[in-house]
Design a protein around this ligand. Sequence first.
Ligand SMILES: CSC[C@@H](O)[C@@H](O)C(=O)COP(=O)(O)O
Length: 356
Amino acid sequence: MGNPVEVIQSVKLDDENSTLILLDQTVLPNETVFLELKEMEDVWDAIYQLKVRGAPAIGIAAGYGVYLGTKKSTADTYEELYSDFLKVKEYLASSRPTAVNLFWALNRMDNRFKKEVGKSVPEVKAALKEEAELIRAEDEKICESIGQYALSLLEPGWGILTHCNAGTIATAKYGTALAPIYLGQEKGYDFKVYADETRPLLQGARLTAWELQQAGVDVTLICDNMASIVMKEGKIQAVLVGCDRVAENGDTANKIGTSGVAILAKHYNIPFYVCAPLSTVDLECKTGDDIHIELRQSEEITSKWYEKPMAPKEVKTYNPCFDVTDHSLITGIITENGIAYAPFNESLPKMFKSTK
Ligand SMILES: CSC[C@@H](O)[C@@H](O)C(=O)COP(=O)(O)O
């Protein structure tokens, strides 16, 4: 048996000071900086700039952002407060488009607001805080449950490839795709994890390699274009990734490059699993074609990581931040309520009804 794994908490509320404490993921692994955010504009900016990132963590931050923004309202009545709340909600919804957890969390805060009808302004504000805290606390349990289901599919000593960062800092705790790694680590499973660097923002190199190394996991960093060779060499027995939105048919949006990894895994006959809290499953999207893919600035490709430009001046760029993995490439979608297999448009809706 290994030791219990200590993980860092990347999003939390300092209630006494009405402050959201966020681990700034843009400066990792060189610096560990916790930001103290008091304004909803700061929360918007942190989401937009990827200071907080990863679908569940974005949802958690948005819940707290709604609370902080609405708390500032000087409204005297429930109705006036709701009108201010809606402005906060709409504003935060414009921060990033792809991870459905953002909209899921905002709608959940909205539903909670509506449940408090007839209550005083301070009571509603307190309810919003409670709901934001619940979103965070529930995510911890969800991640643990995803981790247990995922672990049941893996064997000690396996090589596991992951893309981007679906780890503890992308969630309340444990992560989604990395949760079974942490749970396996506690049981002495001795996984060999291969982390794709994940161009252009290097979530794999800067974040996944960092957090797994901190936890004592055997992690090897590879460039994205090395996934094929490690698969061919027999180093990989399973691929585990997180996701930003899963459509009803199982098509899955995740960090750019994920669909290429899935195509390679199919070629080498390696199981490809998506770890998805139900807050990331969007049954209103029928297929991946309905998912809005975020486009980001060209600087991320041309000049971000070196002092000198990395590309000729004014070269045309195309920088989609996510891609959609076709459901036919996915072996299983691991949720907190169990593992969904094809046909996903039948198995995914059932996950919402199942209780453990
Ligand atoms: C548990 S996090 C799952 C996904 O959100 C993650 O894999 C991902 O693609 C994150 O993208 P990012 O642009 O860094 O927010």
